[in-house]
Write a protein that binds this ligand. Structure first.
Ligand code: FMN
Length: 244
């Protein structure tokens, strides 16, 4: 019998833990398995514009904690997982998707391609490059102008600016982070997501290029008895739930 929590149990068990028990180590392999589950998160156009940096060395955690402003959640962590967006890798991911598509459909002339094949090749060959291509943010505004004009006549995808595509990458990465935290909770492990960090310094430490962005740093461990700061607070559900 598995001792893993159900999804609902794990979601309820997960809290942002700020102090981890120093006497209770966690298994690096189990954390890695949870990162593998993070990579199964739904993601925009299956572009997978993310990377996961698993920090297992105490010396590196000690270097990163000050970059998280010495928050207890970072200082007392057993391990850290840094979720990074890689919008800059879009061309590489397009190629991976096109290669995957080549494997799905045996080579035939363009006329003999099924409509499904044509649609999917057009999506990764033309639509995705249209959405992601940019030139110092300028191209995005020209694309916005174009879609706004076409949008007068029919429904159209309007998130084509550089900043829109950054949001797309962060949205996707946030879903991976949530997959990770719920998977950890299912195993009885604790986490705390942190956006409070000096992302430039963290990027430098990881040797990341200009186009990479820190989405969040998730600290990991097992909760100390004083590790959860108070009962869970949520706005009354009726205030945020709207049936339409
Ligand atoms: C994107 C994001 C960034 C966060 N950054 C921090 C942070 O820097 N430090 C911290 O202590 N908690 C941080 N949190 C945790 C929230 O404060 C916490 O999720 C919220 O108070 C609800 O509590 P719960 O997670 O225990 O349900 C962050 C959460 C999210 C989703």
């Amino acid at each position: 019998m598995s001792s893993e929590k159900t999804v609902s149990e794990a979601i309820k068990y997960r809290r942002s833990v700020r102090i981890y028990n120093a006497e209770k180590p966690i298994d690096t392999k189990t954390v890695k398995e949870c990162i593998e589950l993070a990579a199964l998160a739904p993601n925009s156009s299956n572009m997978q514009l993310w990377e996961f940096y698993h920090i297992t060395s105490k010396a590196t955690i000690a270097k990163i904690a000050p970059y998280c402003f010495n928050q207890n959640a970072a200082k007392t962590a057993q391990e850290l997982v840094i979720f990074v967006t890689r919008k800059d890798l879009w061309k590489k991911r397009v190629q991976s998707n096109l290669k995957m598509i080549d494997g799905l459909f045996p080579p035939v002339s363009k006329e003999k391609q099924s409509s499904r094949e044509k649609v999917i090749r057009n999506y990764y060959g033309k639509i995705i490059p249209f959405a992601y291509a940019d030139f110092f943010g300028i191209l995005g505004y020209l694309k916005l102008l174009l879609v706004s004009v076409i949008g007068i006549f029919k429904p159209i995808y309007r998130q084509v600016k550089n900043s829109d595509m950054r949001i797309v990458a962060h949205k996707t990465c946030g879903l991976a982070a949530e997959n990770f935290m719920v998977s950890m909770a299912a195993k009885g492990y604790d986490t705390c997501p942190m956006e409070g960090s000096d992302t430039l310094r963290v990027k430098r430490l990881l040797g990341l290029p200009f186009g990479a962005e820190i989405n969040m740093i998730v600290s990991c461990g097992i909760r100390d008895e004083k590790g959860v700061y108070g009962d869970r607070f949520r706005i009354p559900f009726e205030e945020v739930y709207k049936e339409v």
